[in-house]
Design a protein around this ligand. Sequence first.
Ligand code: HEM
Length: 350
Amino acid sequence: MIVSLDPEFTNFVLQQEKSFETWCPESFKTLLGSDNLLTCAGSVHKYTRNLILRVFGPENLRLQLLHEVDRIARTNLVSWVDRSSIDLKLSISSGRKSIMKALKQLLDEKQKNTERQERMDLLSLLIRDLEMEKHGLTEEYVLNVLFSIVFASFETTSTALTVALKFLMDNPAALQELTEEHEQILKARTNPDSGITWEEYKSMKFTSHVSCSYINCYIEGLRLANVTVVMFRKATGDVRVKAYTVPEGWTVMICPSANHLNPATYNDPQVFNPRRWKDISEPSGGSMNFLAFGRGPRYCAGAEFAKLQMAIFLHYLVTKYRWTLVRGGNMVLSPAPQFPNGFHVQVLPK
Ligand code: HEM
């Protein structure tokens, strides 16, 4: 196995899908199933990725997911207020077996329901194609895709959000700036209690004069405490890279932190400084120096959805609530960000 700590080599590998296919260790396969989304290739990958992007891509984010996430974020935050302490870092507690059982039940129920609405959700789209016997889909593959989405989205999103909150709590000036940015949005509204509109969401993201916009905090948090610690690829043939040859069948383990903490790219790379992104346009699709969502043809299909969830949650948290640390909050990178004593906070209305 080759462990890549070289930014250029890493970028080359991630972008050359023909020379380096995705790969995962046996332990991942036990978890995700042998026939899974993260390692599938060719037309199956193309079909599944397109389907996921239809559900989690910009069009459906605007039409459907924005409102759903808005509703869920508000409801969750309201329920947090009644509790003396909540652990911010919710981890997946059930294993593959119980999640697969729950997904199978959901699939069966939805298949039985003949009065299904034409909705743009992943399960409905997959069932439609399963019933039409499109793309050779099997029930097992559909369940594995659904499980892969739970796996790829849940732990990553909750960790990324907890990490951003941790850095914001440790950097009160950045939190203050972020809060002011979001209060401006409320001031500009006729009804401060109405849900977030698409235009407001876009303004949160693209207001370039705001050095501490949520996206800068989010990206900076992920740069420092990367959630996807490693990515794997396997050489499909002998691949010549500069003066070296990567032999066929060899595995490459990519460590994004080597790019993220490179002092040649980032001044004081260990310091949380959202301002460093102020004049750099958001690295959509990944960049050589920012690989938190991967890069190339396997770039995270849920990246835009993850950013939307983060923006909405933070918007309500900083405009409507204040919070104090009750217990824990100590973060270690081992190598993924972890909170050994939990991260317990009390949330109170402003
Ligand atoms: C902060 C949150 C997230 C992070 C840091 C993250 C990170 C990543 C990374 C690094 C990859 C590339 C893996 C590789 O190249 O080997 C990836 C792929 C993927 N992610 Fe995410 N992800 C996040 C959230 C999500 C969400 C919310 C979803 C689903 C809605 C999702 C779905 C996927 C899928 C389907 C792939 C595979 C794409 C493909 O192979 O074409 N991710 N993610």
